[in-house]
Every structure is written in C-alpha cells, then in structure tokens.
Design a protein around this ligand. Structure first.
Ligand code: NAG
Ligand code: NAG
Ligand code: NAG
Ligand code: NAG
Ligand code: NAG
Ligand code: NAG
Length: 676
C-alpha cells in the first residue's frame, strides 16, 4: 500500500517536472512562462512580441521593454491570448490594423506609455473587449468614434492623460460600461450628454481635472451609478438637482472644489448614500434644506470651509452617521444647539481646529454612542457645566490648545469610561477656581495622559507648575476672602463703604471674657472644618446687633456647605434687606476666596467686617490669649475665695472676743485642739 502510494507521488513529480521542462523549452528568452498559461516578458532586450509562445498562453504581459510600436502582425497567431498588457515601454505607435489579427482579446492594457494619438477606430474590431486601460499616456484628443463598436466594454480607464474636452458622443454605444475613469486629465468642460449612453455605469471618476462647472442634466441617465468622484476640480457652482437621478449612489466626493454655496436640496433623493465629502471648499453658507433622507450615510466630511455657522438641521437626516469630521473650519464661531440632535450612532466627532469660543450646554447631550471627541485647537475659554454629562461611553476627549483657564471639578465625573484626556496647551489659571479640577487630575493621572504638560500660566507665583502638582491644602485660604458690596437702590449714598479691619483691631478689649471664649472656639472649629471638608463658609449681613461687637453664628440658611462639590467658587450671599432696615441700601454681600472666618456688624449705616486669617500662627495666638485670659480669671476667683474665707474667720474671732462668752471661748479652744 505504502509503496504504491510512494510510486504515485514519484509519478506526479515527474509529470509536473516534465510539464515545466516543456514549458520552459518553448518560453522565449527574457520571458517567464507560468504553467497555467501566463507569460511575462521584461527587459530591454524585448522589442516586439515574441513570435513563439507556449501554445496555451492566454495572458501576455510585457513590461519595461523597448517595444515602442505595435505592428500590424505583432499580435498575429496568438489566438488563445485573451489578455494583453504592454506597460512602461515607451509605446508611441499602434498600427491602425494592429488589433484586426486579435479580435478575441478581452482585455488590453497599454498603461504608462507615450501614446499621444490613437489611429482612428483602432479598437473597433474588438467586439469581445471588456477592459481597456489607456491610463498614464499623453493622449490629448480622442476621435469621437474611437470607442465605437465596443459593445462588450465594461471598464475604460483614460486617467492620467492630457484630455481637455472629450467629444459629447465619445462614449455613445458603450452600453455595457460599468467603470469609467477620466481622472487626472485637464478636462475643463464636459458636454451635458456625454454620459447619456452609460445606463449601466456604476463608477464614474472625474477627479483631478479642471472642471469649472457641471452641466444641467449631465448625470441624469446614470441611474445605476454607485460611486461618483468629482473632487479636486474648480467647480464653483452646482446646477440644482444635478444629482437627483442618482438614487443608487453610495459615494459622492465633492471635496477640494470652489463651492461657495450649495443649492437648496442638492443632496435629496440619495437614500443609499454612505459617504459624502464636501471638505476644502470655501463654502460661506449652507442652505436650510440640503440633506435628504440618507439613513445609511456613515461618513460625512465637512472641513476646511469658510463657514461661520451651519443650519441646525444639517446633520438631522444622517441618522446612521458614525464618523463626523467637521473640523478645520477656521471661521466657524458657533454651533447651533441642536446640531447633533439626531445622530444616535455617532462614535467619532471631530471639531478640532475650528474657531469655536463657546459651546452650547446642550450641544453634546444627545450623543449616547460617542467614544471619541476631538475639540483641540479651538478658542474655547470655558465649558458649560455638565457639557460632557451625557457622554457616558466616551473614551477619549481632546481639549488641548484652547483658551481654558479652569474647569469645574466635576466636569468629567460622568465620563467613567474615559481613558485618554488631553488638557495641555491651555492657559490654566492656578488660583482658587482650579482646586476642584486639579484634585480630579491628580486622582486620574492615568486618564490625563499629558498631565505632565498641563501647566499653570497664572498667577505668576504658580508659573511652570503642573496643575496636578497643586496640593489641596494650598487652597485653604480660598474659602473666603474678598468682599464685594453691590449697592442697588437709587438712594445709595455715594460712598458705600466697606470697613475691613485686620485681626489686630479685633475689639477683644470691649467684650467680656465669656464672649471672647465663644468666639475663639468658633474660630478654631471653623478653621478645622475648612481644612478637612473644604467647607465654604459664607456669612451674610446679619440683623442689627449694634451692641454686640462680634456675632458668632451665621444664619444656617445662608451657609453654603457642600463637601462633595469640590470647588470653592464665589459664594453670593444676598442680605436680607427687610431685616436690615437701618442700612437698607445694602443688598448684596459677596465673599470670595478669603480667610476662614469673617465677622461683621452694622452700626448706623456702616457695616464693619473683620477677617480672621486662616493661618495656624494667628489661630494659635488667639487660643493662647484665650487660655491666658481664662486662667487669669480662674486665679482671680480662687484668690478672692481664699481672701473671703480668711476674712470670715477673722470676723468670727473678733465677735467671740467682744462677747466674752466663756462657752464660746471653750468652743473655740475645743475647735483649735481638734485641729492639732
Ligand atoms: C430630511 O429628508 C426628508 C426627505 O428627503 C426631507 O423632507 C426633510 O426636509 C429633510 N430634513 C432636513 C432637516 O433637511
Ligand atoms: C476663505 O478663507 C480663506 C482664509 O481662511 C481666505 O483666504 C479666502 O479668501 C476665503 N474665501 C472666501 C470666498 O471668503
Ligand atoms: C445604529 O446602529 C445599530 C447597530 O449597528 C443599527 O441596528 C441601527 O439601525 C443604527 N441606527 C441608525 C439610525 O442607523
Ligand atoms: C476667530 O475668532 C476670533 C474671535 O473669536 C476672530 O477675531 C478671528 O478673526 C476669527 N478667525 C477667523 C479666521 O475667522
Ligand atoms: C442628558 O440626557 C437626558 C435624557 O436624554 C436629558 O434629560 C438631560 O438634559 C441631558 N443632560 C444634559 C446635561 O444635557
Ligand atoms: C490620546 O489622544 C490623543 C489625541 O486625541 C492621541 O494623539 C493619542 O494617541 C491618544 N493616546 C492613546 C494612548 O490613545
């Protein structure tokens, strides 16, 4: 069994080798002959098609040779050759009857040669021809009947030639044509009926020409067209409805033209469109009705325009959109609120390098599937609160190179999937407002991949520090500092004065020791609180308490305390005017980033505000003074009690002596004896 098997293997091997040998025996020099019937001839030694080819050759490829001419007999006696290719060979002349001897050809490729003219009707005998590639030559003019009779032709490539104005009947009769490439020529004008025979055409490529306009009705018969590429021309206006017959179109590229406007409803009736490009056009505006129903559109490119804004519904009919590149529009200032209302499947949104200075709070609220958001290189100065709240699946947000100075600390708190956030290149202002986001960055350094480059630009003393290096306790001073008064009523006296006094002028001396004690406790507990929970302490103008120099407890309803919200933002406190009749001109007391504790008191129409700085030395000093005072008080009381006792005893003794009462004396004696 085994030997039989081995024998057959040897047999097969010998047969195959023989076949190869035979093949090679007849393979012309300079050529490679494949046993399956392909022959490839390469090199300068080749100047014409070899006379003898292996009999079963069906494909003949000639490449990089010196075969400059196809003679009348070059292709004679090669009846089995169906595919003929002669490329990169400086071919410049074809005999007018060269293909009469090879009517069986199905495919001819003469790409990358030096053909500048073709004999009249040179291809006309080729009724079986399916593919004709003439790209990469010097063809300038084609006779109108050049392709006459090619009823089987499916693909025609005329790209990379020097065609300027093809005749209107050039493609007449090519009723089988599926693919036509006219790209990379110098075509300035296409006659309106040039494509009217091509009812089976599925791909039409006209890119990289010099077209300045498209004629009305030029695509009207192309009902089967699936791909239309017109990018890189000079077209400045489109006839309205020019694409309306293209109901099967899947790809339409119009980028890199000179469109300033697009007519109303230009892209209606293309329900199968998947890709549309409009980028690099100096578009100034878009019509309110532009995009018809196109649920299958997945890629839309609108960038490099001169648009300053877009209609709010421009993307509304693109419900299947997955990638939207709406960037590099350096005149784009703002985006309508509902622009991204209807894109339930969008995963990537690029808005980079626009000129956006702000975003509407609701702009990104309806993009549930977004995973990449690119916003870098804009002019964003701030972001609305909660702008990213609904982007629960977002993986990457790029905010670099904007004008952001700070962000709320909870900006990214909903973006639990976030893996890549870029924040560098913004002029971060590392004062109190940065506290929350600085803390978030520090806790999420594996997300903020560029955190080493997220630098403070101000204030001066924080220059060159990274935001993530800011320690939380550096911000303790922020909890309250500045006081603004806003006077509102017309009766406002010209001088709305704020009297602020430093700790040294705290009128300790005018208060009783017990009041001082209370106050000091308050001071220290507040300092403690603000250090541990970053509580924002705000105090309001209180009802008149003119006699009491220090008020201790702010009304609870006016105290903002939000330990979880991490940002000590300005706390606006509205004074209760009704309660404050004697100084009714005061309406607003705002306390921003200040020391930990503030007292105030109003007297007549003046309000006095005292600050207690938060630093430990002052607090310590106060504590020390307080203890000293209490101790002194206690000492005095003890001393007084002792003195009182002694006084009492002396008085008793004196009374005894006066009365000369024996019993009394005896009693005194007994008492004295007991003592010893
Ligand atoms: C969406 O397409 C439909 C049908 O083509 C059209 O009637 C409607 O006006 C389009 N909507 C927008 C916002 O363009
Ligand atoms: C479009 O903007 C560019 C600069 O961004 C400018 O050079 C060009 O003139 C503008 N085109 C029009 C038509 O406004
Ligand atoms: C969004 O994508 C899902 C899944 O790929 C698909 O079933 C759905 O039809 C798409 N929605 C739209 C509006 O295209
Ligand atoms: C970008 O916007 C700023 C104002 O925000 C404006 O001064 C500037 O001219 C705009 N740039 C362009 C190219 O329109
Ligand atoms: C988030 O989505 C919900 C439901 O769609 C909506 O009610 C809410 O306003 C959105 N939030 C923001 C900040 O847009
Ligand atoms: C993070 O995002 C930036 C910009 O969006 C990108 O250049 C970078 O490659 C991303 N890094 C990773 C690890 O995904």
């Amino acid at each position: 069994m085994e030997s039989y098997f081995r024998g057959s293997l040897w047999m097969i091997f010998i047969l195959v080798s023989l076949a190869r040998l035979t093949c090679n025996m007849f393979c012309p020099s300079g050529c490679f002959c494949d046993p399956t019937g392909a022959v490839m001839c390469v090199g300068d030694t080749i100047t014409d098609i070899p006379e003898h080819l292996p009999v079963h050759t069906y494909q003949l490829l000639i490449k990089r040779t010196k075969m400059n001419v196809i003679n009348e007999q070059s292709l004679a006696n090669k009846d089995l050759v169906l595919r003929f290719s002669l490329t990169y060979s400086h071919l410049h002349t074809i005999h007018p009857r060269a293909f009469h001897v090879a009517r069986q050809l199905k495919s001819i490729q003469l790409s990358s040669n030096d053909l500048s003219t073709l004999p009249a009707r040179v291809f006309s005998p080729l009724v079986a021809l399916e593919q004709l590639f003439l790209d990469g030559n010097q063809l300038e003019i084609l006779a109108p009947d050049m392709f006459e009779g090619l009823v089987s032709l499916q693909a025609l490539d005329l790209s990379s030639n020097k065609l300027t104005s093809p005749a209107s009947d050039l493609f007449d009769g090519l009723t089988s044509l599926d693919f036509l490439n006219l790209g990379r020529n110098s075509i300035k004008k296409l006659p309106p009926t040039i494509f009217h025979s091509l009812t089976k055409l599925r791909q039409l490529i006209i890119y990289y020409n010099e077209l300045e306009e498209l004629e009305v009705g030029i695509f009207d018969k192309l009902v089967n067209l699936m791909e239309l590429r017109i990018e890189h021309n000079q077209i400045s206006s489109l006839p309205s409805q020019v694409f309306w017959s293209l109901r099967n179109l899947k790809t339409l590229t119009l980028s890199n033209n000179q469109f300033l406007v697009v007519p109303d409803r230009t892209f209606y009736f293309m329900p199968k469109l998947r890709k549309l490009t409009l980028y690099n056009n100096p578009l100034l505006s878009l019509p309110d009705e532009m995009m018809g129903y196109m649920p299958e559109l997945t890629e839309f490119y609108l960038f490099g325009t001169n648009l300053t804004t877009v209609p709010g519904n421009v993307f509304a009919n693109m419900s299947g959109l997955q990638t939207l590149n709406f960037h590099l529009n350096d005149h784009l200032k703002e985006l309508p609120q509902d622009l991204f209302c209807c894109l339930p499947n969008l995963t990537k949104l690029s808005l980079k390098s626009n000129n956006l200075s702000r975003l509407h709070p609701e702009l990104l609220s309806k993009l549930p599937t977004l995973n990449t958001l690119v916003l870098n290189n804009n002019k964003l100065e701030n972001l609305p609160e909660n702008i990213f709240q609904n982007l629960t699946g977002v993986l990457s947000i790029d905010l670099k190179n904007n004008q952001l100075q700070t962000l709320p600390g909870d900006t990214f708190s909903s973006n639990t999937a976030l893996k890549n956030l870029s924040l560098n290149g913004n002029p971060w202002n590392c004062d109190c407002d940065i506290r929350g986001i600085a803390r978030w960055i520090k806790h999420n350094e594996q997300v903020v991949l560029d955190s080493e480059d997220v630098m403070c630009h101000s204030p001066v003393y924080q220059l060159l520090r990274t935001v993530s290096s800011l320690r939380d306790d550096e911000f303790n001073f922020c909890d309250a500092t500045t006081v603004h008064f806003a006077a509102t009523t017309d009766t406002t006296p010209p001088s709305n004065r704020v009297t602020t006094q430093e700790q040294t002028s705290l009128p300790l001396s005018t208060t009783t020791s017990s009041t001082t004690q209370q106050t000091t406790q308050q001071v220290s507990t507040t300092a403690l609180l603000s250090q541990t929970t970053q509580q924002i302490l705000t105090t309001a103008v209180l009802p008149q308490t003119a006699q009491q120099a220090i008020t201790t407890t702010p009304p609870p309803q006016l105290t903002t305390s939000d330990a979880s919200s991490s940002l000590p933002t300005a706390a606006d406190v509205q004074s209760n005017e009704a309660q404050h009749k004697s100084s009714s001109f005061l309406e607003l007391l705002v306390i921003e980033e200040g020391p930990d504790f503030v007292h105030h008191n109003s007297y007549n129409v003046w309000v006095y505000v005292w600050f207690l700085p938060s630093d430990a030395i002052s607090v310590g000093f106060l504590m020390f003074s307080h203890i000293l005072l209490v101790a002194t008080g206690l000492m005095l009381i003890l001393a007084t009690m002792y003195v009182m006792k002694r006084l009492n005893e002396t008085i008793d003794a004196l009374q005894c002596e006066q009365d000369c009462n024996v019993e009394c004396v005896i009693e005194a004696r007994v008492r004295d004896d007991k003592t010893f």
